[in-house]
Ligand binder design. Sequence first.
Ligand SMILES: *Cc1c(COP(=O)(O)O)cnc(C)c1O
Length: 393
Amino acid sequence: MNTKEIKEIYDQYVIPNYIRNPILLVKGSGVDVWDAEGKRYLDLFSGWAVSLLGHCHPNVVKALQEQAAKLQHAPNIYYTEPQGILAKHISEKSFGGQCFFCNSGAEANESAIKLARIHNSNAGKYKIITFLDSFHGRTIATVTATAQPKYHKGFAPLLEGFSYVPFNDLDALKKEVDDKTCAIMLEPIQGEGGINIATKEFMQGIRKLCNEKGLLLILDEVQCGMARSGKYFAYQHYGIEPDIMTLAKALGGGVAIGAMTARKEIAKSLVPGSHASTFGGNPLACAAGVAVFETIEKEHLLENVKNMGSYAQEQLKSLQKTCKVIKEVRGVGLMIGIELSVNGAEIIKNCIQAGLFLNCTHDKVIRFMPPLNVKKENIDEGIAILKTILSKT
Ligand SMILES: *Cc1c(COP(=O)(O)O)cnc(C)c1O
């Protein structure tokens, strides 16, 4: 089928809750994606940071093919090897906790919220503080946690027990804590909010506050985790550890999976019967996750993130000198935001037409999040296209 034919089917049968580009994608390989008419696109956005190793990385493909032919689903009343091994990787690369698996970022955060509440239920504490411009998902609990009014519109009443303070404002946070507060939840690097980086002082201050007041620190690393920042997890730049951390997006290298990991003393509050997910931790998705961890090691991707991250930031900062619409370039590793002085929607449309996938968030911030194995020439090609388009704006 061609683009027009599929578009007609969508118009008839798919709920129009997304603004879609009129492009029918049919295959991908590495940083490249092709549409039904054979046009190639350079993907430096990775579909919201999902395609961590590029499209269809051979190790992920192999893991999926082998596992698909062996066992695809097993209920969580049995054991499977991929779930155990993936939990071990997450634990060993982070803070030695235990994992619960689900299928998306929202569910991972939903699990974290439920764990924070059940763990504090005897103490009668249930309030969670989150930060302006955060993004935690679209279920009622996680959209309530998401402190952006535009995502709340029309869904009242929201869940009780959430309040919001400005990001990087420790004094405002301290004032918001009361005797019903059980947790503080944040992204170390806000993604949807426009690539806003928590300061060291802020993160360390939150950890200290949590210790003093007996609060849980929940870090949402759904977007900034999985080596994108140049360390396995973004919190590792701050010399602190969370009590609970959530992952999804890149964890399966392109396959749907979510995970929550928590310190053992806290994790044990999630007793049998308290929480579950039918598909959570299924062998197919977990096999892909194991392949992702193995590939990050084998291909020395942490090193590549550091090198290519600083290269991309340098190139973008030098572009800024000739492009007056660029206000600021900021980021950590390969999670980079290019803040414009104008609305970016049209610019992104033009980039896509010119064969470059990027994204604009928070109206004015272009997100540059290529796969971790991106090469200099891919970055050069992408920036050249962006430069041409920005020079016409
Ligand atoms: C995307 C995202 C989520 C939600 O993930 P879904 O898989 O879309 O439910 C949660 N938190 C952050 C930081 C995200 O970027």
